[in-house]
Design a protein around this ligand. Structure first.
Ligand SMILES: [Zn+2]
Length: 315
């Protein structure tokens, strides 16, 4: 008689039956498998307490973590729906509908304005959960709208990328968003206003080949995959094993492709320092409320955390 199957398992089952254990109360870390209670993982900004893996998060979580308090979401322009009447296994219109239901968003980007350590900022966040964060016409519109808002407010644009690349259902029209978003970045350069990019896991394809790599400062989250072509495709093509950590943030930093890797818990303070430095403002004295949230590190000298490799933008 197997004790484990015949005795222990039924007892464990009966112990848990009748109790409410909805799946969404626990988050499983996709890296190490650790189960973390939802309130704890939220408090940790979705960074695994066991292995420090940075889980994918959406615009809402980013805005809440970055802005001092209230923020205002921009109403983004609508793009032409399904211009090519595209259909693969299912219709493009169906895919869009599903993604909208799943995320509560209209398309991949959400843009908001607010203050980061009492400094105005426009923040744009790409949501990987919306069709793999794919770059389509709506995303192009969103980036342009974000840049225009930054110019209007004379504020920096901070953009968080997360994307598998161009949206194939829009064909050439999705590729046209690469030059379009480049023009949006140029609008900021012309003023000049800082454009800060935060590369998150994963950023690839046409997104990496356009606005994701045009920042005045290129920040990445730890462990983020940042590539044009993904490692699997490269390995299949060249039939060689790629080096350990290839195309990860740490590898890119070592090879001079990005400026810094910033832990999610340090992101707000780092962005606050950079914005202060770029906008030539003296350091903001932290209010008592901010003191708690930022451990007072906003009031350290601006140059301390960003020495080397960061210069004010020149057009
Ligand atoms: Zn983990």
């Amino acid at each position: 008689m197997n004790w484990l199957t015949n005795v222990a398992r039924p007892r464990i089952k009966s112990f848990f039956s009748g109790r409410e254990t909805p799946d969404n109360l626990w988050h499983k870390c996709t890296n190490c498998g650790e189960m973390v209670f939802h309130r704890d993982i939220k408090a940790k900004q979705y960074v695994c307490p066991a292995c420090d893996y940075h889980m994918k998060i959406g615009p809402e979580e980013r805005f809440e973590a970055l802005f001092d308090g209230d923020f205002e979401k921009l109403t983004l322009p609508q793009a032409v729906p399904d211009p090519l009447k595209f259909r693969d296994k299912s219709r493009y219109t169906e895919r869009i509908k599903d993604a909208r239901n799943k995320t509560g968003q209209d398309d991949v980007f959400e843009v908001a304005t607010g203050q980061i350590a009492s400094q105005n900022a426009v923040v744009a966040v790409q949501n990987f959960k919306f069709m793999g964060g794919s770059l389509g016409m709506a995303a192009g519109e969103a980036i342009l709208a974000a840049a225009e808002k930054a110019v209007e407010l004379h504020a920096p644009l901070v953009l968080f990328t997360a994307s598998g690349g161009a949206r194939m259902q829009e064909g050439i029209l999705s590729l046209m968003q690469m030059p379009r978003s480049t023009i949006a970045v140029q609008m900021l350069r012309d003023v000049p206003l800082p454009y800060i990019v935060v590369l998150t896991d994963p950023t690839s394809g046409g997104v990496t080949a356009s606005y994701a790599m045009l920042g005045d400062v290129q920040i990445a989250e730890p462990g983020a995959l940042i590539a044009f072509t993904g490692p699997r495709v490269i390995e299949q093509t060249i039939r060689e094993k790629l080096p350990e950590g290839f195309q990860r943030a740490e590898y890119l930093l070592e090879h001079g492709m990005i400026d810094m890797i910033v832990h999610r818990h340090e992101m707000r303070d780092t962005l606050a320092r950079l914005i202060g430095l770029f906008m030539n403002q003296p350091d903001q004295p932290a209010t008592p409320a901010q003191d708690e949230a930022t451990s007072g590190s906003v009031s350290t000298p601006v140059a301390a955390g960003v020495s080397g490799g960061v210069a004010p933008p020149t057009s």
